[in-house]
Design a protein around this ligand. Sequence first.
Ligand SMILES: Cc1cc2nc3c(=O)[nH]c(=O)nc-3n(C[C@H](O)[C@H](O)[C@H](O)COP(=O)(O)O)c2cc1C
Length: 143
Amino acid sequence: MQLVRLIYVSVMKMEYDKEEIKKILRMARSKNARNNITGLLCYDPKFFLQYIEGPRDAINKLYASINRDERHTDVTLLEYAEIEERLFGNWSMGFTPSAELDKSILDEYAGDDGKVDPFSFSAKQALSFLVEVVALKTLPHDE
Ligand SMILES: Cc1cc2nc3c(=O)[nH]c(=O)nc-3n(C[C@H](O)[C@H](O)[C@H](O)COP(=O)(O)O)c2cc1C
């Protein structure tokens, strides 16, 4: 079985409240657990940045569903790669609101305007952002 990881960024259709985000997470967690997918979701009032990892077939199918999902647009693939082992094996879908990330660390990833724009990330930056910054603050479960 080939194991892969996929990172994408997208723009929310509107500013979602906590309930809508929870709805996405609930669905993601139960479906991911069934499909042997793990990962994490970072969001701020504008963007989603998501990392998913698992069997290639399951990841490709999930990415196709995510692309069709009307809650966001401009779904942009940043990284797709084969991996030897998982980074977030215990998390069916951890999540982090970017507001909870440490400002001084966020500044490292900010552009000239002082804002973090994940659309400008290289694959390498996206991965290090998720692993070094987001994972530190990520909650494996919110309830
Ligand atoms: C930002 C975002 C992240 C999502 N993450 C996942 C996920 O990790 N796993 C999942 O099963 N669905 C996730 N979804 C929901 C899927 O887009 C889709 O609605 C769901 O998988 C059901 O698809 P289906 O009706 O094709 O089975 C996410 C949706 C959004 C907007």
